[in-house]
Design a protein around this ligand. Structure first.
Ligand code: NAI
Ligand code: MG
Length: 335
């Protein structure tokens, strides 16, 4: 039995987490779901976006599946997602982009994975006015430790999953010291993995190459800001954020989440697409060594997405969250 903390979150979060829990339960993987709250409704109930109880539960069980969280609008609200990443030192943001049948895109057969450094770089929030309203300063920090752990994670993943290539993206021609350090560490670590084809690539060239010939890439590892942009570009190649999952991984804790937001415009209407969160849940099952069930659910998604009668409207379907969920569950029970 696996203990998993589930945070339904805000907006469509409840609907899509319920769907994903039903599908995983139908796959037969024994999971003890432990519910916790975070986000806007947690703040409304407790005055805290991430209540202590939630922190304790994640700390105890170390694996969480998280729906989208609405960041309250107004001064002084830090994103709860960013807070969770920092609290649990989730230094790798892993975002696979894989073509799915039945999902519209000009690109076919894409299969690439971005490892984005998740805790430092230009996203540490160190900004200030050098001269009020005239001159703004932004500081980025890249450390040996922070770079080593995410680069090593990408190579270890490549080795375990039998992937062939790692490309490290940087801008060391201009940002010579900071992204230069990241590149230098990549060059060093790559020598420990001779079976994996390694190259480095300048970030702007990578952006162009990903559009001209995305099939040349397998795993991409990069710093925080570059990874944020490039992982969305990769999602765009396979149909967008609605059909891509993600994992935030540290050494002793992992949080799996969809990359889309809480979609308040469609909340409560039973038309939200649970696929992105379901793909994140498949990553979670692999993390829990439930590889066989992960593969079965992947097959069930592929089969179900090709039947537009049961799919949600955002992917051109005429069904809803319930019909899609039931179809995936039925496939799993039949197999
Ligand atoms: P959003 O991703 O919630 O919505 C953008 C558009 O995509 C909307 O039209 C929405 O209906 C649609 N959409 C999103 N997910 C969908 C799904 N599963 N099925 C069908 N349609 C879907 O982005 P938006 O509107 O910018 O943000 C809304 C709230 O979500 C904000 O409070 C924001 O802070 C939060 N947010 C949270 C994230 C997280 O928890 N990881 C990530 C991004 C935004
Ligand atoms: Mg982003």
């Amino acid at each position: 039995m696996h203990n998993v903390v589930v945070i339904p979150g805000d907006g469509i979060g409840k609907e899509i987490t319920k769907s994903v829990q039903q599908i995983i339960d139908a796959s037969g993987v024994p999971i003890n779901w432990i519910e916790a709250i975070a986000g806007l409704h947690a703040w409304e109930e407790t005055g805290n976006q991430i209540p202590e109880d939630t922190v304790d539960l994640i700390r105890t069980h170390r694996v969480a599946l998280k729906g989208p969280l609405t960041t309250p609008v107004g001064e002084g609200f830090k994103s709860a997602n960013v807070m969770l990443r920092q609290l649990f030192n989730l230094y790798s943001n892993i975002r696979p982009a894989r073509s799915l049948p039945g999902i519209q895109s000009p690109f076919k057969d894409i299969d690439l994975i971005t490892f984005r450094e998740n805790t430092e770089g230009l996203y540490i929030g160190r900004e200030r006015w050098a001269v009020q309203n005239e001159e703004a300063e932004l500081t980025g920090v890249i450390t040996r430790k922070g770079s080593e752990r995410v680069i090593r994670a990408s190579f270890e993943f490549a080795r375990k999953q039998h992937r062939k290539k790692v490309a490290l993206a940087h801008k060391a021609n201009i940002l010579k010291i900071s992204t230069g350090l990241f590149l230098q560490i990549g060059n060093e670590i790559s020598k420990e993995y001779p079976e994996i084809e390694y190259r480095d690539i300048i970030i702007d060239n990578l952006a162009m190459q990903m559009v001209i010939n995305p099939w040349q890439f397998d795993i991409i590892v990069t710093t925080n800001l570059f990874g944020d942009i490039i992982s969305d570009l990769a999602a765009g190649l396979v149909g967008g954020l609605g059909v891509t999952g993600s994992a935030n991984m540290g050494d002793d804790c992992a949080i799996f989440e969809a990359v889309h937001g809480s979609a308040p415009d469609i909340a409560g209407k039973n038309i939200a697409n649970p696929t992105a969160l379901l793909l994140s849940a498949i990553m979670m099952l692999n993390h829990l060594d439930e590889h066989e069930a992960a593969l079965r659910i992947q097959k069930a998604i592929i089969a179900t997405l090709s039947d537009k009668r049961v799919c949600t409207p955002d992917v051109g379907g005429t069904g809803n969250t319930s019909t899609y969920t039931e179809a995936v569950c039925a496939f799993l029970r039949r197999e």
